[in-house]
Write a protein that binds this ligand. Structure first.
Ligand code: ADP
Length: 378
């Protein structure tokens, strides 16, 4: 007789944002039981699953939440890993493993891991404070905070002595400014049985000042050779970490074809939203398959796609309204995803739009149209 899959478990998600929301959307197909912890009672997941309001960085809160779950996963890295380690000791399954989350929480530890494992990454030096930055800087360089910087908030370029006053005065690092030609991402998954698979590389285009992804194109327009090396790097990282779950590997590609790892995230990622419509299996489904020990799904591209993040329009704060919604819905291949955040503010991630088109030029035109037409205002 064929195996039966025991579905009688509760899957807890630390974090109730859009990534959690899309995980739940996908998990409904498998009839999984979720519960969610988030500090914001109006978080995007709050109305989708049994919801607890509480701090993800608080030991007791995470313990109390985790004790009621069988499998625990994350949709944000900034969580209390001591509690997660204790939950593992108590027999709970925690994927990604707490040690992996801990390594990734600190960019200093991450970079040191790449260096000691022979994974190519930009030259760097660790710094303890502002004076240390001043001592080691060779302009231009990138100054990064070790912990708690995300969406570009812990990253700045130091171009000359005038920028030193803004240098981070906490443990961080200085990194060579990479003159990259492209920024790409490969999402890789590894399940509890050690099966590994990758999604085709995607290419990111960043907002010039906000450091947020503005557009994303899949597949990345890179040579087969670069694609193969990027794929091999992603596989090697997840294997060296011995990690279970989904890992997004962000990389720089230089003009000479060098591939350098920038950073990794052990969860569904902004660079994988388009897999919902554009790939045989979505990143969300893949993550759920990986952590519950199911076979990984095929990752093949169904059609080229673009993904546009829908950010709160500058100058508007308050209850969100969506201008241009009907216009973009009229375009073939456009899929709008709203995250259920009632309040907008400048540059807040309010949703995303995936566009599918066989023709790359037409795809880029549609992405531009969506970007110019659909606006989150108040
Ligand atoms: P975050 O954790 O906030 O996403 P990242 O380390 O990914 O921070 O940096 C944000 C962006 O800043 C990157 O996507 C890239 O565009 C730019 N950046 C980061 N490091 C470098 C570097 N060494 N050289 C050039 N650009 C960089």
């Amino acid at each position: 007789m064929a195996n039966t899959f025991n579905q009688d478990f509760k899957l807890g998600i630390l974090g109730g944002g859009q990534l959690g929301r899309m995980l739940i959307q996908s998990g409904i197909d498998f009839n999984f039981n979720f519960s969610v912890l988030d500090p914001d009672k109006n978080a995007p997941c709050s109305s989708l699953a049994p919801f607890s309001e509480g701090k993800l960085t608080d030991y007791d809160t995470v313990m109390k939440f985790g004790e009621l779950c069988d499998i625990i996963t994350i949709e944000i890295e900034n969580v209390n890993t001591s509690a997660l380690k204790e939950l593992v000791r108590k027999g709970k399954k925690v994927f990604p493993q707490p040690e992996v989350i801990e390594l990734i929480q600190d960019k200093r530890v991450q970079k040191t891991f790449y260096k000691s494992n022979g994974i190519s990454t930009a030259y760097f030096v660790l710094t303890e404070n502002k004076d240390d930055v001043a001592r080691h800087v060779r302009y231009p360089m990138v100054n990064k905070l070790g912990k708690e910087g995300y969406d570009g908030r812990g990253v700045q370029i130091l171009r000359g002595a005038g920028d030193l006053q803004h240098a981070f005065d906490k443990p961080g690092l200085l990194e060579e400014l990479v003159p990259f030609e492209k920024e790409i991402s490969v999402i890789v998954a590894r399940n509890t049985h050690g099966q590994v698979d990758t999604f085709p590389a995607v290419e990111m285009v960043f907002h010039p000042t906000q450091n947020l992804v503005e557009y994303l194109f899949a597949p990345a327009q890179i040579s087969t050779d670069v694609a193969q090396r990027a794929d091999a790097i992603a596989r090697s990282i997840i294997e060296k970490l011995n990690m279970v779950g989904l890992l997004a590997v962000e990389m720089f590609v230089t003009a000479s074809g060098e591939v350098l790892v920038n950073e990794i995230a052990p969860r569904p990622h902004n660079s994988g939203h388009q897999t919902i419509e554009a790939n045989v299996t979505s990143q969300y489904e893949q993550h759920l398959r990986a952590i519950t020990g199911l076979p990984l799904g095929k990752t093949d591209l169904i059609m080229p796609s673009a993904m546009v993040n829908l950010l709160g329009e500058p100058g508007f704060s308050g209850p969100a309204r969506y201008a241009g919604f009907e216009e973009v819905m009229n375009v073939k291949g456009v899929h709008v995803h709203l995250y259920g955040k009632n309040q907008t503010k400048p540059f807040r991630k309010m949703g995303h739009v995936t566009i599918l088109d066989d023709d790359i030029d037409s795809l880029k035109k549609k992405a531009n149209f969506v970007k110019q037409t659909l606006k989150v205002i108040a």
